[in-house]
Design a protein around this ligand. Structure first.
Ligand code: 7TS
Length: 406
């Protein structure tokens, strides 16, 4: 049994639960990660003993909670190695962060004839906001295609880049194939033609270290809930000078400096983009999630997940009729597959009866499904709280499903 797994397993109460009378095997981390007890306790603590608003009242309770809230911002800054805390905006999640960018950066920057470059690997939340923005501005969307291995075709990427390209928005890790995209090669190329580079880091944040200064990305988005934290909290990182140039996203409390019916002026960063009462409990608890990653060590997490991935590929490949999609140069612990003559929906339902949680469907990547020539895949996504036995249980489960259905 792996040492890291032994060290952390008791911190995740969900691992002690059952589904359909069987011990839970949770293989759906890409949808949302399980939460350590410290994260859960922090949410409860806020509602039990610390309820108040932030950035408003000056009573002691509000001062304490505001300072804890702002401490999370410092931890996020450290987590992604941002230069300044002002570059960290709290949002509802990756989806809201990307919509914010499309509404502010996109609407301000783009005009007819300009191009937004996305990839065939994108989640719908990194496609649809840009389509809406393209409709508003007259810009055009271009797509970096995938090769048969499941990697982005970098030669075509280079050819697609031109002075017309104003925004490139690509994920760091694909939620469907697990492909780790070579951002360190892609970002400088986009900058050469003067385009801004946005990283959808929804799947990247839970799997490893992010260094926005080293990457030199202009903006980066991720969700707390995929990073062992609560739902309803996310991050938008942006370079300070760029965020300063953007117009506000939503109007309301906290994002203003002064308001009159004649003229309203806006608050400084990061508050300019944080209108209204935020998810306070969520932000406080997110800090605990980041502490969990720091204490466990993101390199240790990556190494262990990689061992699990190799084991899963080896075992799944031995199952007759099972096809794994893609064989990218670098892959995070996410695998999509299909089994000949087995509908993914049936597979997921029958595995659920065995206590095994996987996701099936299009994974909010319908253009990728089209590229793969399927409507749906089965997907497992592994985290540091999984173990080798989980993969054995999955494979036994799949064999049982095959016996029932075939
Ligand atoms: N981008 C990527 C790459 C994602 O995987 C997801 C969610 C999002 C954006 C949106 O994140 P949200 O937190 O704002 O919803 N991906 C998945 C998934 O793979 N299964 O369920 C949600």
């Amino acid at each position: 049994m792996n040492k890291l797994y032994e060290k952390i397993k008791d911190q995740f109460p969900m691992l002690k639960t059952q589904m359909n009378g069987k011990d839970l095997v949770y293989l759906d981390t890409a949808a949302t990660a399980l939460k350590p007890q410290t994260v859960i306790d922090k949410v409860t603590e806020y509602y039990t003993y610390k309820t108040c608003n932030v950035h408003r009242s000056i009573h002691q309770l509000a001062e304490n909670v505001t300072s804890q809230y702002e401490e999370t911002r410092d931890c996020v800054k450290k987590f992604i190695n941002a230069k300044k805390r002002e570059e960290i905006i709290f949002t509802k999640g990756t989806t809201e962060s990307l919509n914010l960018l499309a509404r502010t950066l996109g609407d301000q920057l783009l005009k007819a004839g300009d191009e937004i470059l996305l990839s065939e690997l994108e989640h719908h939340s990194n496609i649809v906001p840009w389509q809406l923005c393209a409709e508003r501005t007259g810009a055009t969307i271009k797509v970096i295609p995938l090769n048969d291995q499941g990697d982005l075709d970098l030669e075509i990427y280079s050819n697609l880049l031109s002075p017309k390209t104003k925004i490139v928005s690509v994920n760091g890790i694909s939620n469907t194939l697990g492909t780790i995209n070579p951002l360190e090669e892609m970002i400088p190329e986009a900058h050469k033609v003067g385009a801004y580079f946005i990283v959808d880091a929804a799947q990247m944040a839970p799997h490893g270290s992010i260094d926005v200064q080293k990457l030199d990305c202009d903006f980066l988005a991720f969700s707390a809930h995929k990073t062992f934290g609560p739902t309803g909290v996310g991050v938008l990182y942006g370079k300070e000078n760029l965020l300063n140039e953007l117009p506000p996203f939503q109007g309301g409390g906290d994002m203003i400096d002064s308001v009159s019916f004649e003229k309203t002026t806006y608050n400084k960063l990061p508050y300019k983009f944080e209108a209204g009462t935020p998810h306070i409990a969520g932000v406080l608890a997110f800090n605990e999630a980041l502490k969990f990653i720091e204490n466990t060590g993101s390199q240790n997490i990556q190494n262990y997940e990689n061992e699990l991935l190799i084991y899963a590929i080896e075992k799944l490949s031995k199952i007759d009729g099972l096809k794994i999609y893609g064989n990218p140069i670098k892959r995070a612990s996410v695998l999509s597959f299909n089994i000949e003559n087995v509908h993914t929906h049936d597979l997921a339902s029958l595995l659920s009866m065995e206590g095994i949680a996987i996701r099936t469907g299009h994974h909010c990547t319908q253009p990728l499904m089209k590229r793969l020539g399927v409507f749906s895949t089965a997907r497992i996504s592994l985290s540091c709280y999984n173990n080798f036995k989980d993969i054995d249980r999955l494979c036994d489960g799949i064999n049982k499903v095959k016996e029932i259905l075939l």
